[in-house]
Every structure is written in structure tokens, then in C-alpha cells.
Design a protein around this ligand. Structure first.
Ligand code: 5GP
Length: 190
């Protein structure tokens, strides 16, 4: 079928953060995380689906930084947690359902939760509470994006990629109706 027959009409996109900007920020975050967890084993928990690209790039930057810093002893394990929030397309309700749970206990582990975007903060507050009942040694949060204008439930973001305005963004893991996750940049849907 030719593209002109596609039932999907493409909404206009505006690139906000280029692939190069994301890569540079990931390298800096990876270095900071490697330094902070020097000598410790770390469990990275990616929140699905939106964080899958960020987790893949960030964890490889952590590895690169560990190698450069000569930290051969520190191991990184990677887990994913599937979350679905009840709400409409543009607003979470704060009521969250775990659709895919961790495959290993995190008791006694240093945990770094990796999120694509923190919007109202309700999802992260839920997640932090849920994970702390499993008695990890520590919990920190790394978010690629943060929209401070929309905060309802403030919480610490230990590592942050970029602060953005109150825009609906897609790409680099983030979707609109399950599309656009594979774009290499972050764009605003106009
Ligand atoms: P919060 O609970 O912080 O309001 O929402 C977090 C979740 O809402 C994110 O993990 C993401 O799935 C979704 N979300 C919030 N803002 C955006 C956005 O601008 N674009 C996309 N694609 N998802 C968003």
C-alpha cells in the first residue's frame, strides 16, 4: 500500500531535543552514576514501556564510565517493571497497576529507578512506596525528562536529563497512541 493510502495522517512534530543532545546528556549521567555507585552493585529498574531506549543507552554509558574510571568490580543488573496508570491520555490519575513485576527480589540492593518522564509525579510516588516495601538498600530516581509546571506530587529526582515546558512529547521511547517510540529524538506533538 502506498503511503498516500495510509489511514493515519501524520501530526506535525517539532524537534525539542536532538539525538546528539540526548547522547551527550546520557554520557554525563552515566559518569555521575558510575562515580556515585563506585564499588557498589546496582539494580537499574526501567519503567515500561517508555524507558526502554533510555535504559539501553544509559546503562551502556554507565559501563563506559566504569571502565574509564577503572571500576571493574561494580556490577549492574537490569530489571523492568510494567506500569499502567488509570486515567485519560493526557493525565494520570495516580492509581497505578503493575502489569509486569520484577523478576528478582531487590532486598538489600541499591536500586536506581529509570523513568522516561516525570509529569505530575504521581506514578513515581506510587513506585517509590511500592519498591520501599521490598526493603532495598537504597532507592534513587533517574528521569530523562521533567515537566515541573505539572507537578502534583513532588519527589526527589536524583539524576535528570532535561527539564521541559508543559508540552506533550514523543520519541526516544515515548509514545502517542503507541507510535513514535522509535524516533531517535524528543519532539513535541503540535
Ligand atoms: P506522572 O505520573 O508523572 O504524571 O506521569 C508519568 C507517565 O505519564 C510517564 O511515565 C509517561 O508514560 C506519561 N507521560 C507524561 N507526560 C508525557 C508526555 O509528554 N508524553 C508522553 N508520551 N507520555 C507522557
Amino acid at each position: 500500500m502506498s503511503p498516500s493510502h495510509s489511514p493515519w495522517s501524520e501530526p506535525p512534530l517539532r524537534v525539542l531535543i536532538t539525538a546528539e543532545q540526548i547522547a551527550a546528556r546520557n554520557a554525563a549521567l552515566g559518569r555521575q552514576i558510575a562515580q556515585d555507585y563506585a564499588g557498589e552493585d546496582l539494580t537499574v529498574i526501567g519503567v515500561l514501556k517508555g524507558s526502554f531506549v533510555f535504559v539501553a543507552d544509559l546503562t551502556r554509558e554507565i559501563h563506559r564510565a566504569q571502565r574509564e574510571l577503572g571500576q571493574s568490580g561494580s556490577s549492574v543488573t537490569i530489571e523492568f517493571l510494567g506500569l499502567e496508570s488509570y486515567g485519560d491520555e493526557t493525565m494520570t490519575s495516580g492509581v497505578v497497576k503493575i502489569t509486569a513485576d520484577l523478576t528478582r527480589p531487590i532486598e538489600g540492593r541499591h536500586v536506581l529507578v529509570v523513568e522516561d518522564i516525570i509529569d505530575t509525579g504521581l506514578t513515581m510516588a506510587y513506585l517509590r512506596n511500592n519498591l520501599s516495601t521490598r526493603h532495598p538498600a537504597s532507592i534513587k530516581v533517574c528521569a530523562l525528562l521533567h515537566k515541573p509546571a505539572r507537578t502534583i506530587q513532588p519527589g526527589p529526582i536524583d539524576y535528570l536529563g532535561f527539564t521541559i515546558d508543559d508540552l506533550f512529547v514523543i520519541g526516544y521511547g515515548l509514545d502517542y497512541q503507541q507510535r513514535y517510540r522509535n524516533l531517535p529524538y524528543i519532539a513535541a506533538l503540535e
